[in-house]
Design a protein around this ligand. Structure first.
Ligand code: TXA
Ligand code: MG
Length: 315
């Protein structure tokens, strides 16, 4: 985002933790270590808070985020566990394994956190700082790596500061992370464990714990760019972009002042628009209108990510 703020580094102690939790409850993103890398955490149930993560990172697209939980019960309130997922959780949680599972119908996590997908990536980390922050904030925390988009993942507070200085209010410093590599991401199926991103939990360990073959997504091609996944939410009806005015008989998603069926941000705030984007697309899709139009959204800041998602949704 454009606004420049002072970024504080606080030691991970009770005062630092209380400050971080207060910021999380106020909808702000906070950098916090996990055992893999430092994450940029925000209240996963708050669309605006999740939008601020994307804005701070300058992500040009809304890649779905990992939601961090404090215990298995919290995970079970968000996603549906199959027996295969339960076996993997028993073997590797808390730890560096992320599982992509179906969102429950009553899942309280912001649609933006999973980029509008019907699935959600969840992880129960082992790092005491991240665990304590989830407990103190009382909500699951969405957290990508705490770096500007395209930069290397941070394994110490100084890396986070170098990348996000002036863009986030607080970094909780608990020293270097132990794993130093992002978590392994899998999608457990009945017949196999699909490896979406290699990481600290190895293929061998996954196979042994699940008793299942570990396979690559799609048609078995090698994973070349970890984390670059192609699934994107797209409405089932035609979507036309850059329409400044509503069109009779079509669902108009507005931006800025003016009439619309749903406005992303009447005041023209891009962070607010990002927070509302997926909900607006879902609403338009579920409506009785046969087609959708979207007002132009500026291509600056988080507006780049909004336009990227709109382009994909319209493709
Ligand atoms: O170790 C980690 O995983 C760190 C710490 C902070 O937990 N987090 C992290 O997040 O690496 P991030 O955003 O850099 O990578 C998360 C990746 C996304 O790039 C996306 O590819 C995948 O997780 N992902 C998230 N939700 C997904 C979903 N519903 N389906 C498929 N892939 C998903
Ligand atoms: Mg990352």
């Amino acid at each position: 985002r454009a606004r420049s703020i002072t970024t504080q580094i606080r030691a991970y102690d009770s005062a630092g933790l209380a400050e971080a939790a207060a910021l999380i409850r106020a909808g702000e993103p906070v950098a916090v270590p996990t055992e893999t890398v430092y994450g940029l955490a925000a209240d996963a149930t708050n669309e605006m808070a999740v939008a601020r993560i994307y804005a701070a990172k300058g992500r040009p697209a809304f890649n779905p985020l990992i939601v961090h939980v404090n215990d298995l019960a919290m995970a079970q309130r968000l996603v549906t566990f199959t027996p295969e997922a339960e076996a993997l959780a028993a073997a590797f949680w808390p730890g560096a394994l992320t599982m992509v599972l179906p969102r429950r119908p009553d899942c309280p996590v912001a649609t933006l956190a999973s980029a509008g997908l019907p699935t959600l990536a969840v992880r129960l980390p082992s790092h005491p700082a991240m665990r304590a922050l989830i407990a103190a904030a009382g909500v699951p925390l969405a957290a990508p790596s705490a770096n500007r988009s395209g930069a290397i993942s941070p394994t110490r507070a100084a890396h986070v500061l170098a990348s996000l200085d002036g863009r986030i209010p607080l970094i909780l410093d608990a020293g270097p992370t132990s794993e130093g590599l992002e978590s392994t991401i899998v999608q457990p199926r009945e017949d196999a464990v699909v490896l979406l991103r290699p990481g600290p939990v190895t293929i061998e360990a996954l196979g042994e714990a699940s008793g299942l073959p570990v396979v690559l997504p799609g048609h078995g091609g090698p994973i070349t760019a970890p984390g670059q996944l192609e699934s994107h939410y797209a409405p089932s009806k035609p979507l036309r972009l850059d329409c400044p005015h509503p069109v009779e008989g079509q669902f108009h998603i507005g931006f800025g002042p003016g009439p619309s069926q749903r406005n992303l941000s009447a005041s023209g705030d891009l962070v607010e628009a990002a927070a509302n984007l997926f909900a607006a697309l879902h609403e338009a899709d579920a409506s009785g209108f046969p087609a959708i139009t979207v007002a132009p959204v500026p291509h600056r800041g988080i507006g780049l990510a909004i336009n990227d998602r709109l382009r994909r949704a319209a493709a």
